[in-house]
Design a protein around this ligand. Structure first.
Ligand code: UDP
Ligand code: MG
Length: 335
């Protein structure tokens, strides 16, 4: 049986040596399972690429797909998945927040019949604004999502070959991988683990990127923002109509109407203007994402590949070609 481990890497020079060491130990202990590690270099600007190339030379189980620039975490894992050919594929981050030592547990769950195994956090170590952001996002998302998506898991987990094939058929551009993984269905299992803080270096996903990721999650898995706009519209118009009725009645009954109310008017105009702008903004979020889909740009472009070329690679390429308008024409095999 063959296992592929896909790891997105963006400026992780401090973590690569330990990652390499720990992944190798895990792979060595897997017995009959053949391991293949696919690093996806997401346009690193430090010397991560050189370190990975050295690791590939030292251990033929390691290979690198180098993207032509930084396309982001989700695009990097999509590139890795498109080139994974194992019977099972593990996805994990390269900053050791996802401990490789959990991989045997993932495999056990897979052997027991689960086609997708999610690694769920029992605890997490992040602190400060980032932690607050994660907690708020998960609470809001749980309520807003139209589709049930378990909250305590990120990309870390295992996918059966069948599930990988289905995920590779997705052409959507603004991806929220945990959502897509739930969406494809199959028999899903869970393994729990303690999430460490990143081993070294600063987080590579800036706060701005994380906010975009959260918005992608909401807008690609929920129509509730649109429904909320409609509800707000109905409530405000009903209130307006009721108020109009009151004024007409007072007029008919001859009750004097005060001529003041400037402050009320200004407040109401600003409030309603604000609500309308928010509504237009929300529409814009959906519209921009629709535009992304229509443009049909590839999710990523591969600059070169390094290491571990076997016959299965050809299959991966053919499959990718068939699946989406991938960028295989840009691929220049460097070894
Ligand atoms: N990463 C990537 N491209 C990016 C940002 C991050 O491939 O543009 C990689 C990064 O090297 C790491 C993983 O994705 O292996 C998760 O990144 P990070 O730890 O910064 O994200 P967080 O843990 O905060 O979600
Ligand atoms: Mg991290």
């Amino acid at each position: 049986m063959k296992l592929d481990i896909v790891i997105p890497i963006y400026n992780e020079r401090e973590n690569l040596p330990e990652l390499y060491h720990r992944v190798r130990i895990v792979c060595d202990r897997l017995g009959k399972t053949t391991c293949r590690v696919i690093y996806v270099d997401d346009g690193s600007r430090d010397d991560s690429m050189r370190i990975m190339q050295e690791q590939c030379k030292e251990d033929s189980r390691f290979s690198v797909i180098e993207l032509s620039r930084n396309f982001g975490h989700q695009a990097a894992i999509s590139a890795g998945l498109a080139h994974a050919t194992g019977d099972a594929v593990v996805l994990m981050d390269g900053d050791l927040q996802d401990p490789p030592e959990v991989i045997p547990d993932l495999l056990r769950s897979w052997r027991e019949g689960d086609q997708i195994v999610r690694a769920e956090r029992r605890s997490r170590r992040e602190k400060g604004l980032r932690r607050l952001g994660f907690d708020v996002f998960h609470k809001v998302f749980k309520w807003i999502s139209d589709f049930p998506i378990p909250s305590q898991s990120g990309i870390f987990g295992l996918l059966d070959q069948r599930a990988v094939m289905e995920l590779n058929r997705f052409t959507e551009k603004n991806r929220f991988f945990p959502g897509l993984r739930s969406w494809v269905g199959f028999r899903q299992g869970v393994v729990t683990y303690d999430r460490e803080d990143r081993a070294a270096g600063e987080p590579k996903q800036s706060l701005r990127r994380l906010v975009k990721y959260a918005l992608d999650a909401v807008f690609s898995f929920s129509y509730k923002p649109l429904k909320l706009m409609t509800v707000a519209g109905v409530i405000i118009s009903t209130a307006g109509f009721a108020l109009a009725c009151v004024f007409v009645l007072r007029r008919l009954l001859g009750v004097e109407i005060a001529q003041t109310g400037f402050t009320t008017l200004v407040t109401l105009i600003l409030f309603l203007g604000g609500v309308q702008l928010i509504a237009i903004g929300l529409l814009g979020e959906y519209l921009a994402r629709i535009y992304d889909e229509v443009k049909q740009r590839p999710l990523y472009i591969i600059n070169s590949r390094y290491g571990a070329s076997d016959s299965s690679e050809k299959n991966a390429k053919t499959r990718t070609d068939a699946v989406s308008r991938d960028v295989s024409s840009h691929v220049s095999e460097s070894q």
